[in-house]
Write a protein that binds this ligand. Structure first.
Ligand code: 4AD
Ligand code: MG
Length: 478
């Protein structure tokens, strides 16, 4: 008999027939005469109730069926007697693939903390919460490709190993095959990278943007979607050392076109989740509501599905950095000295400021533009005021910055002057500068932090819980 997925079986279309399903036991409860096994195969958050007659299968056999035991079950699919499900499977044959001894299997059917599950990240997929998160993560990755494909963008694979620091922030992981205890040394006593694998120092990429610009200035509109790496020592709920980023780059776009695309893109993805992931979202919404019951009323977040609809239905606010500084300096928390970090023109905004603007002041997603040039990367288009650049950050509730982007400086002279001011090695980036020497065009792009977006959609609170195996300072288990 052909195995069916539980998602399909639960539609009830096979009612009255024999079916074969395979999966892992979530829970088992029983009486003297009959055992009820909740079986899950990952195809849906919902379990199939398997009914096993004790006399037929024998107590000895049934005692090996515990949480996480893997089974193949053949049976008759009938209308369910109990509430909570429409159909159930009356087992005629049960095969145990692998037992899971309840004395040692760590993920028992009780409430575990997310910290505990993180330490057991190899098994946490088997919980309802994490299976929901990872199904949604998949759906969002698919929706990203669909969105750009439908719009005529080309998916471009930019290199993981690179010799340049796109963001100029120096937060890179070095890639080398030299013996760290005994590296070749130059006459000046420095490590001789000429003898390294690539013949020069190389790193894991922090962004695919620079190469993306090369593609966009020929193909028109491209996007990257790949892993990026940052050796920043930020142990927060929003930072990973290895995260995935989506970076569209578009020729002939200015900052305003860039903002329009970013807003449309985020709304599309959110709507896609609402249209395609409702079972998982409902589960996560209930989870969040339970979780937040202990919080004071004013610290609770909006109900998850309501929050997602809110994003789809409302225009994002657009405001300049200078305007935001004014708002912050006139705010209650500023006057009462509640902000931990300073607020004055020229400083980088911290997440406490971003969240104030989004959650308290505007109560909507916000796109901040035109930041001081000294706190932004060398490639951003210089504004006529000589002080700011055509940057944009999209700020979301509970997350803060979710997208960072800009119009790019397309003028060769201005770009190279800025690179020199900022100590960016222009000679090594001759290939990047060539786009400005030959057929340069106005262009723009942005980067969406994939995990930050998944945090938002799933309502999870810690970025370590939306990527399968998080890499953070002092942690690279699994
Ligand atoms: O603002 P960032 O640094 O921008 C860039 O890298 C540009 N090259 C993008 C572009 O214009 N093509 O990073 C973009 C986004 C941030 O807004 C944030 O969502 C995410 O990437 N991000 C991180 N996510 C998780 N962990 C980290 N350590 C992150 N650093 C940035
Ligand atoms: Mg940024």
């Amino acid at each position: 008999m052909k195995r069916l997925k539980i998602k399909e079986v639960l539609t009830g279309s096979q009612k009255g027939q024999q079916v074969l399903v395979k999966g892992w036991v979530r829970t088992k409860r029983g009486s003297k005469n009959v055992n009820f096994v909740a079986l899950n195969d990952g195809s849906t958050i919902n379990n199939l109730q398997v009914v096993a007659d004790v006399e037929k299968f024998g107590e000895d056999f049934l005692k090996d069926i515990n949480t996480s035991t893997s089974l193949a079950v053949t049976g008759d699919l009938v209308e369910s007697q109990g509430s909570g499900q429409s159909v159930e499977l009356i087992a005629t044959e049960i095969e145990i693939y692998g037992k899971a001894d309840p004395e040692v299997y760590p993920i028992q059917p009780k409430k575990h903390t997310l910290e505990f599950l993180r330490e057991n990240a190899h098994l946490r997929f088997r919980t309802a919460t994490f299976s929901a998160v990872f199904r949604i993560r998949h759906a969002m990755a698919f929706a990203i490709h669909k969105y750009f494909n439908d719009k005529g963008f080309y998916y471009m694979h930019t290199p993981i190993v690179t010799a340049s620091d796109a963001e100029g922030a120096g937060q890179m992981f070095h890639v080398s095959t030299l013996d760290p205890l005994n590296p070749p040394v130059t006459e000046e006593g420095e490590v001789d990278y000429a003898q390294d694998f690539f013949g020069r120092p190389t790193n894991l990429t922090v962004s695919g943007q620079l190469e993306g610009e090369l593609g966009a200035t020929a193909l028109g509109e491209i996007y990257t979607f790949g892993p990026t790496f940052r050796a920043e020592n930020s142990n927060t709920t929003r930072h990973l050392a290895e995260f995935w980023m989506i970076e569209p780059e578009m020729a002939f776009y200015d900052l305003s076109d860039n903002m329009d695309l970013a807003e449309d893109f985020l709304k599309y993805l959110t709507k896609y989740a609402l249209d395609n992931c409702m079972d998982d979202l409902k589960f996560l919404s209930n989870r969040l509501t339970q979780e937040e019951k202990n919080k004071p009323q004013d610290q609770r977040s909006m109900e998850l599905i309501e929050k997602l609809n809110f994003i789809v239905d409302n225009d994002f606010v657009r405001c300049t950095y200078t305007g935001a500084i004014d708002i912050l300096r006139n705010s209650k928390p500023f006057k009462k000295k509640k902000f931990q970090f300073p607020v004055e023109w020229g400083v980088d905004l911290q997440s406490e400021h971003e969240r104030y603007l989004v959650e308290k002041h505007f109560k909507k997603p916000v796109i901040l533009t035109d930041y001081p040039k000294d706190i932004k990367a060398f490639y951003m288009k210089q504004n006529d005021d000589g002080k700011t650049v055509a940057a944009m950050d999209v700020l979301f509730p509970q997350i803060g910055e979710i997208i960072g982007g800009s119009q790019r400086e397309e003028n060769y002279d201005k770009l190279i002057t800025r690179m020199k001011e900022m100590d960016i090695p222009a000679e090594e980036m001759w290939w990047y500068l060539d786009t400005r020497r030959f057929g340069t065009v106005p262009h723009a792009g942005f980067g969406l932090g994939f995990e930050r977006f998944i945090l938002f959609v799933t309502g999870m609170g810690n970025i370590r819980d939306v990527i399968a195996f998080p890499r953070t300072p002092k942690s690279a288990e699994f």
